[in-house]
Design a protein around this ligand. Structure first.
Ligand SMILES: Cc1cc2nc3c(=O)[nH]c(=O)nc-3n(C[C@H](O)[C@H](O)[C@H](O)COP(=O)(O)OP(=O)(O)OC[C@H]3O[C@@H](n4cnc5c(N)ncnc54)[C@H](O)[C@@H]3O)c2cc1C
Length: 433
């Protein structure tokens, strides 16, 4: 159990995580630092990493524990992409912007690999096995191929291969797909192990990380910010807000929640499968996803198949897990009798322009959030960009640059509208449109 009684997440990742390498420390004295980072997911950890490397004093504070948010719950797909396609970016914002975003996203994948190697986080089990996006119908396949060709010809992305229906069936063990596109510059990670290993590495370099330390209020004076938490206050010259789709946890950060519509994404994991069945599915151990509007993702870990997908807003519920199980069996009939041993969910922050936002809120505060469900690689690099921004540098943010807090107009009304849209998309997916 965590602060405010929030339960620990009953995820596969938590069940298979090795004992923590470091001691949990809660704020119990007043503390002074140059930069206080609120949120100890990948974004906050990456920001703290960059600051420590530049010789700047930094402290991380999390309401719960390291990786309690999306960073410890996600599918572990390390992807060089945004929710918005590069082609759409080029048509909306110009080719140069699309090229810059492509560079940043690929840098994200390299950054995850480099951090895991620098901190020797072997338990994160990073493999650059690629990601395979599978088409759920012919129209989706044609769109995937056209996009891959555009990325190859216009952005010079030669890490993309088109696979036909038979190749996808042979690799995945599923006959429902019409082909797919493989991106070789991608991979998988064990997400909670990555977050915890990263945190342990930072602590070994002297970065204080305070867990079970909700920042309830941030007071600002001319020269410093004072972050209030139950065990004391942290005085800092600068603040980075890295609370993403959990910004609503306290009033201190809830204004950032209004930049995003939070969608919940759920995941299930089967029991450990017999070796012959396990080896016949998802043979190349990639990150897999498909093209439906309410996209499903799948992968293997710990001798199990994991299957996840975007749900809607509201409380976690059994119907959602039952729907995921039906989708799993429709995709892999071989798993019809496999028991589901883990069910969990987490929030993703969706933004109006489908891109993360990194910007200054005031002269001492920078925020970095809104990954739209594609944040494992990006947060590892954008957290570092937020660190650069907070100390007055000009990192390349391209289309992620936010000049002012762009809250969603009528945020409270946007939530039911998003719920309606999600139901409509689920219906269209169900009838194969
Ligand atoms: C189920 C699921 C599957 C996903 N799958 C993928 C995937 O396969 N690939 C991919 O690229 N992305 C995926 N994502 C998205 C990805 O996990 C996120 O984009 C990324 O982890 C965001 O990291 P973060 O550090 O910004 O936020 P989080 O990891 O959510 O961290 C925010 C932290 O802020 C803390 N916090 C909030 N308010 C306060 C406060 N007031 N005081 C102190 N602390 C506070 C929270 O406790 C939390 O720990 C998935 C997300 C979910 C939920």
């Amino acid at each position: 159990m965590n602060w405010n009684g929030a339960p620990d997440v009953d995820s596969l990742w938590r069940a298979i995580a090795p004992p923590r390498r470091d001691e949990l420390r809660q704020l119990d004295v007043d503390f002074q630092t140059d930069v206080a980072v609120v949120g100890a997911g990948y974004t906050g950890l990456a920001a703290a990493y960059a600051l420590q490397k530049s010789g700047i004093d930094v402290a991380l504070l999390d309401a719960q524990t390291v990786g309690w948010g999306a960073s410890g719950r996600n599918g572990g797909a390390v992807l060089p992409k945004f929710r918005l396609s590069y082609r759409a970016m080029a048509s909306q914002h110009g080719l140069e912007a699309a090229k810059a975003m492509h560079r940043i996203a690929h840098d994200g994948v390299d950054t995850v690999e480099a951090l895991i190697s620098e901190f020797n986080i072997s338990e994160a089990a990073f493999i650059r096995s690629g990601s395979l996006r599978c088409a759920h119908n012919e129209v989706a396949m044609r769109a995937l191929v056209a996009e891959a060709e555009w990325n190859r010809d216009t952005l010079g992305d030669h890490a993309l291969d088109v696979l036909d229906q038979d190749q996808v069936a042979a690799e995945t063990g599923s006959n429902v797909f019409h082909g797919g596109v493989l991106s070789r510059n991608a991979g998988t990670v064990l997400p909670l192990n990555y977050a915890r290993g990263f945190a342990a590495g930072l602590k070994s370099r002297g970065v204080p990380i305070f867990e079970n330390t909700p920042v309830s209020r941030i007071e600002r004076s001319e020269s410093e910010a004072i972050l209030h938490a139950p065990g004391g206050v942290v005085r800092a010259r600068r603040v980075i807000v890295a609370t993403d789709a959990y910004s609503h946890l306290t009033q201190a950060t809830s204004r950032y929640a209004k930049l995003m519509i939070p969608f919940r994404t759920a995941a299930i994991a089967t029991e450990r499968l017999p070796p012959a069945l396990f080896n016949s599915l998802l043979k190349n151990q990639r990150a897999y996803n498909e093209t439906r509007r309410m996209m499903k993702w799948f992968r293997k870990a710990d001798s199990r198949v994991l299957f996840g997908g975007r749900g809607v807003l509201g409380e976690e519920n059994v119907h959602e897990f039952a729907a995921l199980r039906r989708a799993l069996v429709a995709t892999f009939p071989q798993l019809a009798s496999a028991r589901i041993e883990f069910e969990w969910s987490g929030n993703v922050g969706m933004t109006v322009n489908q891109l993360p936002h990194v910007g200054r809120d005031d002269n001492m505060t920078v925020y970095c959030l809104g990954y739209n469900g594609a944040g494992v690689a990006l947060s590892s690099v954008m957290g570092q960009a937020a660190a650069a921004l907070v100390i007055g540098e000009l990192p390349e943010l391209s289309l992620m640059q936010a000049n002012k807090l762009q809250t969603i107009p009528l945020h409270a009304l946007a939530m039911p509208a998003a719920r309606l849209a999600a139901s409509w998309y689920t219906f269209l997916d169900a009838i194969g449109r």
